[in-house]
Every structure is written in C-alpha cells, then in structure tokens.
Design a protein around this ligand. Structure first.
Ligand code: HEC
Length: 161
C-alpha cells in the first residue's frame, strides 16, 4: 500500500471512530447518562412508596401482596419474578423517570394480542410528585424483586423452563 493510501485509510478509520464515539448510547428522547451513583435505598420503604403512588393499580409483583385498589388498569404488567435477563438498576430507574423511553416489549405483546397498538406508555410521569429519596427506595425495592433463572443447555440446545 502506498503511503498516500495508507494515510487515506488512517483518516477514514479515525473518522469512523469519532462518529462511533459521538453516537449517544440512547438515541431518542433522552440524555445518555454514564456512571451515576445513587445512595443505597431502603427496600421496605420502597414497597411503601410503591403502594403510596398506586403503582400496584397497574403492576403486580410475584410473591408480593398489595392492598386492594379502587381502580385496576385494563392491562396489568408484572414486574420482577423469575427472568432470564434481570432488569438492571439503570433500566428500572429509566422506566420510572422516563416511561416513554422504552415501551416494555412484554406490554407491547399484551396489547398486540388484544389488537391494540402501544405507542406511548400509559404510565404517568412521577417526576413532579416523587422525591429523590422515594425514587431511590422504590428502585431498590424493584431491583430486589427479580430472580435470575439460569439458562439450561442440553447438547447445544437452549432449553427454557
Ligand atoms: C396507569 C398505569 C401505571 C401506573 C400507575 C404505573 N405504571 Fe409502571 N408501567 C405501566 C405500563 C403500561 C408499563 C409498560 C409500558 C412502559 O414500558 O412504559 C409500565 C412499565 C413499568 C416498568 C418497566 C417494566 C418492564 O418490565 O419493562 C417499571 C419498572 C414500572 N413501570 C414501575 C412503576 C412504578 C415504580 C410505578 C409507581 C411509582 C408505576 N410503574 C406506576 C403502567 C403504569
């Protein structure tokens, strides 16, 4: 390769690298956030926040009993339980402070079965009413509700339970 072509290639590779670095982790309606650290929350307090904000009118959590609600949403989405991919802390936090960022695929499937489209999340934005301490506690509580299932393999096949 001539020096000139080598230089061209080098410039091209550098340009691609810069573009890739500039691409935000999250392209729509959100700022990419890196490395935020919140203080540890309190799980029982978080359960109380979940009830106080009526989250249980739209969500169930396996193994947790909540008081009765006056109104139950037509499509109740389960949070937590035994899953192969546990929602990480950041994903849970995003789901609560920015419900429209990612519409849960499970919810989209539920609506599809009922022949309805899920374009925006019916989940309210709690940013105006919820304190940061409440947010931290409720996320700590939610995070503790997931149990990771170990995938099982049999002669190269992936088995689900
Ligand atoms: C009016 C109904 C409603 C209320 C009230 C509500 N949610 Fe939701 N929530 C939804 C729906 C519908 C989805 C799925 C669509 C989406 O991803 O935003 C969802 C998604 C979520 C998810 C993501 C779940 C997943 O598996 O991706 C979390 C976490 C969550 N909600 C937590 C909460 C918390 C905490 C509260 C109370 C502070 C709350 N929700 C109140 C309807 C509600």
């Amino acid at each position: 390769m001539s020096i000139e072509n080598g230089l061209k290639l080098f410039r091209f590779v550098t340009l691609v690298a810069i573009i890739l670095m500039a691409l935000p982790a999250c392209t729509e309606n959100g700022k990419p956030v890196k490395g935020f650290v919140l203080p540890k929350g309190d799980i029982p307090q978080g359960e109380q926040v979940f009830v106080d904000f009526n989250c249980h009118s739209c969500h169930t959590i396996p193994g947790v009993d909540f008081p009765d609600v006056e109104f139950t949403a037509p499509f109740v989405l389960e949070i937590g339980g035994e899953v192969y991919r546990v929602k990480n802390y950041g994903e849970l936090l995003t789901a609560v402070v920015n419900p429209d960022h990612i519409i849960s695929p499970k919810y989209v499937n539920m609506l599809k079965k009922a022949e309805r489209d899920a374009i925006i999340s019916p989940m309210p934005y709690f940013g105006e009413e919820m304190t940061v301490a409440e947010l931290i506690d409720v996320i700590e509580f939610l995070h503790a509700q997931y149990t990771r299932l170990q995938p099982q393999y049999y002669r190269g096949y992936y088995l689900t339970k």
